[in-house]
Design a protein. Structure first.
Length: 181
């Protein structure tokens, strides 16, 4: 059971506080590499507690997503009619206290709370989401914030997006180097 980053944002804040409390890390620069639900949680944390991010140099957001987009794609793959989304949304609200749009980093304004340079990347043809969902998240990041979106092409497997850093780290390492100086 998740809230797609709403409550999980507390873990992001907690991890920052923990890192700052460690004597062996005193004076270290902070960058965030947040993947999937972790990316969503980071966006919600930036909305919830912007003061916690004043010393964060940058963010790499790997494959963030909105729960509505994921569930729409899931229903499609299972040949369940799209009109069932309303019932699914109702059931999720009963279980979590949030409707699908209340767990969207775009619809809630969480993506608009980003104030650190942000690199977003995503497997373009990922079967779990739609490019338009990730594009809308990227577009919602304020235009005065340095940002970049790049697509991983040639795969429909979400897992390939998660493995991209391990297989081809150059672009991400360059982003980190550029923004951690």
């Amino acid at each position: 059971m998740t809230t797609s980053g709403r409550f999980e944002s507390r873990d992001v804040v907690g991890s920052l506080r923990y890192a700052r409390s460690r004597p062996d890390l005193h004076g270290s620069r902070i960058a965030l590499f947040s993947r999937c639900l972790g990316a969503d949680a980071t966006l919600f944390a930036m909305q919830r507690a912007p003061q916690e991010f004043t010393d964060v140099c940058c963010l790499v957001a790997c494959q963030p997503l909105s729960p509505r987009a994921v569930l729409e794609r899931t229903l499609e793959r299972c040949c369940i009619p799209a009109e069932r989304m309303e019932e699914l949304d109702r059931l999720i609200r009963l279980r979590t206290g949030f409707g699908l749009d209340e767990m969207s980093p775009v619809e809630t304004g969480a993506a608009g709370s980003v104030r650190v340079p942000t690199l977003v990347y995503q497997a373009h043809d990922d079967l779990m989401t739609r490019p338009a969902d990730v594009q809308s998240m990227f577009d919602a990041i304020p235009s005065d914030v340095p940002k970049e979106l790049f697509w991983i092409h040639g795969t429909t497997r979400r897992w390939d997006g998660y493995l991209h850093f391990q297989k081809d780290p150059d672009r991400i390492l360059e982003w980190l180097a550029d923004h951690m100086e």
